[in-house]
Design a protein around this ligand. Structure first.
Ligand code: ADP
Ligand code: MG
Length: 297
């Protein structure tokens, strides 16, 4: 049966926008030693916009944009939404999609990107390693490095002739991210960022947030592996995420925390939901948990 002190703490949390799926999660928070975060949509708002676009010289811009639009329209990834929005806004206002383009075998690879055949030509849209590191590396290399150092994420496009284009996408930190990270560190928690994004972009976001450490280039299973390592070292750890690709890591952590605005998969596998997407509420919940455990014991 649930203790009165737990019950009152849970309703106290609910009023503040922290939803506990059981009293045990609130009790466990008092023992928390480390906390891991996904980047896009968790530390950042997940409402990015395109700031730069490079297209391979000689390539038909219209075909390029139409193809990218068709492919990214399939995805609900925040980066895909940014790309679709950009193409619509800048290049397709009154024209719509070419009916001459025939599309097949389209599928999304979580944490990597989307591939499809358009008029029998294979296309890929996604991260550098998905396109091929050496191929992508030689495409506007200096510009690409500079953009990543500014914390921007790169989305590569490839066709049968190599890299067709490169989008730089800028996301912004949530208003409460910096303050939340500071309170976790003040509480003596070790902070970690786990992201599918590339090292250079992740390093820039680490610098902005002052998070202790970062693991970049993580596939969904990679995030789970990191969570397991953290559990061995710190015993009680939390993972905070929003995406389909975070769901396995949320389940693997002692305490899985989902952003309220996140995907259904993340919310379903989590133990705690942040209704207002406010990370500083977790620090409040840790304080609440410590106080509550003192009352119970
Ligand atoms: P994060 O862990 O930061 O939330 P993800 O694991 O969702 O990031 O994605 C990792 C990387 O894969 C992104 O930085 C992006 O380069 C690429 N990517 C994944 N899905 C897509 C997509 N639909 N369109 C473009 N790029 C994608
Ligand atoms: Mg995410």
């Amino acid at each position: 049966s649930i203790m009165p002190a737990t019950l009152s703490a849970i309703s106290n949390g609910a009023r503040k926008g922290i939803l506990f799926k059981g009293g045990v999660h609130l009790e466990n928070l008092a023992a928390l030693k480390a906390i891991a975060f996904d980047k896009t949509g968790t530390l950042t708002k997940g409402k990015p916009s395109v700031t730069d676009l490079f297209i391979r010289p000689g390539l038909d811009k219209e075909v390029f944009l139409q193809s990218v639009y068709i492919i990214e329209k399939q995805s609900t990834h925040p980066l895909a939404e940014a790309v679709v929005h950009y193409v619509k806004d800048h290049n397709m206002k009154d024209r719509g999609i070419h009916s001459a383009l025939s599309v097949d075998s389209m599928h999304e690879i979580p944490g990597c990107g989307v591939e499809a055949k358009i008029n029998d030509i294979p296309w890929k849209v996604g991260k550098r390693s998905f396109i091929g590191d050496s191929l992508a590396g030689s495409f506007y290399g200096n510009e690409a490095n500079r953009l990543q150092e500014e914390g921007k994420t790169l989305v590569y496009v490839a066709d049968d002739k190599g890299v067709a284009g490169l989008f730089a996408v800028q996301d912004t930190l949530r208003e409460t991210t910096k303050e939340a990270v500071k309170s976790f560190k003040d509480q003596g928690l070790y902070t970690i960022m786990l992201t599918g994004d590339q090292a250079a972009t992740a390093a820039a976001v680490k610098e902005m947030t002052q998070i202790d450490t970062v693991v970049a280039g993580c596939l969904p299973e990679g995030k789970v592996m990191e969570i397991k390592k953290l559990k061995e070292k710190y015993h009680t750890i939390a993972m905070v995420g929003d995406g389909i690709n975070d769901a396995p890591a949320l389940a693997a952590a002692n305490i899985g925390v989902a952003m309220g605005g996140g995907t259904d998969a993340a919310i379903e596998t989590s133990d705690i939901v942040l209704m207002k997407n406010d990370l500083s509420k977790i620090a409040e919940a840790v304080r609440l948990s410590k106080r509550m455990n003192r009352i119970i014991k």
